[in-house]
Design a protein around this ligand. Structure first.
Ligand SMILES: NC(=O)c1ccc[n+]([C@@H]2O[C@H](COP(=O)([O-])OP(=O)(O)OC[C@H]3O[C@@H](n4cnc5c(N)ncnc54)[C@H](O)[C@@H]3O)[C@@H](O)[C@H]2O)c1
Ligand SMILES: O=C(O)[C@H](O)[C@H](O)COP(=O)(O)O
Length: 375
């Protein structure tokens, strides 16, 4: 059996070799001839998986090591009898930690406390719900918008987007890209929404570029009303607007979910799904794959201020390490994808043991996802 895997999937060659012959290939574009004798295909979000890629090929299973699935025509796969699995939630923690790093940097730059702000979360799934829990642990007021969940009658208080636009100081988007239907998100942020946004707001997009009309955002950022934007995703990728990159406070190359843990979970989730699909079910504990982190333990004295939290989280991940290189290379062909392919190892907060002498601090840090302990 031949299994094609995207070369940007850590641990894929090692794991899938347990099940067949593995070939690692670039995902953008995927080499067509490699598909001619492939039984299974494991991709990331850069590969469009549809009839034009797979019709007439022997592929019987597609896995995507990603949370988003807008690059996959799952209806066509089902009609062609091809098995499919994604990796829901694999990198949700990484995105949350990206958002926290961004917000605490902006708080320091602009002289505010996150606790004094209201954060509007649009899309309260794997990312949005974890972000909400961590913000609440810090005492930050949140407003949630998730019409599909509201319509399903899920527990929780969900608000219309208009209320968040009017009231939230920070809007952060974590929806799928839905091109149509009752919950369409394509250009959810458009010129009209941006015009209604009061001054001095922060807008974060770490879901899909097309959720925000990038031309309208550039216009808004070029106007007189103060608006701060953080973009991890762009319309289009990889050829983002250089003018827009210049205007955003933080700009990165679609790496919000790129913690080592997040990428490894993506690989193990599709590996487990495929092993099940072929009747050889296997599970892979994440700890069996991951190396020791660069910083494993620190001690922390006293109460937790936001300034201290900023310094602590940046021992693990500081989003500016990803903003600078994008500004350096943006516009040069191939460089956006290179930043993603040769991504410097990044860990999640849970990799850091924090020994505290203050019980409240230890408790808050645990709720934030650190491995905290009281001395
Ligand atoms: N930048 C990155 O590296 C990165 C990493 C992970 C995920 N993502 C993107 O972020 C998206 C969200 O990730 P997730 O893991 O939380 O997905 P998820 O499917 O768990 O959650 C998405 C939530 O959005 C809600 N939603 C759908 N339509 C909506 C609408 N019109 N308005 C408001 N809410 C709506 C859904 O009901 C769901 O609760 C993914 O679909 C993916 O495209 C990006
Ligand atoms: O949807 C996701 O999971 C992320 O956007 C994804 O991880 C982005 O990384 P890529 O798959 O493009 O490597």
């Amino acid at each position: 059996m031949k299994i094609l895997v995207d070369e940007n999937m850590p641990y894929a060659v090692e794991l899938f070799s347990r099940l067949g012959n593995v070939q690692a290939v670039p995902g953008r574009p995927i080499p067509q001839d490699a598909l001619n004798d492939a039984d299974a295909l494991m991709v990331r979000s850069v590969t469009k998986v549809n009839e034009s890629l797979l019709a007439g090929k022997p592929v019987k299973f597609v896995g995507t090591a990603t949370a988003g699935t807008d690059h996959v025509d799952d209806a066509w796969l089902a009609s062609a009898g091809i098995g499919f699995s994604a990796a829901p939630g694999c990198n949700a923690i990484a995105v949350v930690e990206y958002v926290f790093s961004s917000l605490l940097i902006l708080a320091q730059r602009d002289g505010f406390q996150l606790r004094d702000k209201t954060v509007g979360i649009i899309g309260v799934g794997n990312v949005g719900s974890r972000l909400n829990a961590r913000l609440e642990a810090l005492g930050v007021r949140t407003l949630l918008c998730d019409p599909p969940r509201a319509d399903r009658g899920d527990a929780g208080e969900f608000w219309p987007l208009d209320k968040l636009v009017a009231e939230a100081d920070i809007l952060t988007f974590h929806t799928p890209l839905n091109m149509s239907g009752p919950y369409a998100t394509h250009h959810l942020v458009d010129a009209d929404l941006l015009a209604r946004l009061p001054a001095d707001r922060i807008l974060i997009n770490a879901c899909r570029g097309e959720v925000v009309d990038n031309a309208a955002l550039l216009d808004a950022l070029s106007g007189n009303k103060k608006l701060t934007a953080v973009l991890d995703v762009w319309e289009p990728e990889p050829d983002l607007s250089l003018a827009l990159l210049e205007k955003v406070a933080i700009g990165t190359a679609h790496i919000a979910g790129y913690s080592l843990e997040g990428k490894a979970r993506g690989t193990t989730q599709v590996f487990e799904a495929f092993s099940q699909f072929i009747g050889q079910p296997q599970t892979v504990p994440l700890d069996s794959l991951l190396p020791a982190p660069e910083f494993a333990e620190v001690t922390l004295s006293g109460a937790l201020s936001e300034a201290k939290l900023l310094r602590l989280i940046h021992l693990v991940y500081d989003v500016r390490r990803d903003d600078r290189p994008l500004r350096r290379v943006a516009g040069k062909p191939g460089e956006f994808d290179k930043l993603r392919k040769f991504y410097e190892e990044r860990r999640e907060w849970s990799s850091l043991r924090v020994i505290c002498d203050d019980a409240t601090t230890a408790d808050v840090l645990k709720k934030l996802g650190f491995n905290s302990q009281l001395k």
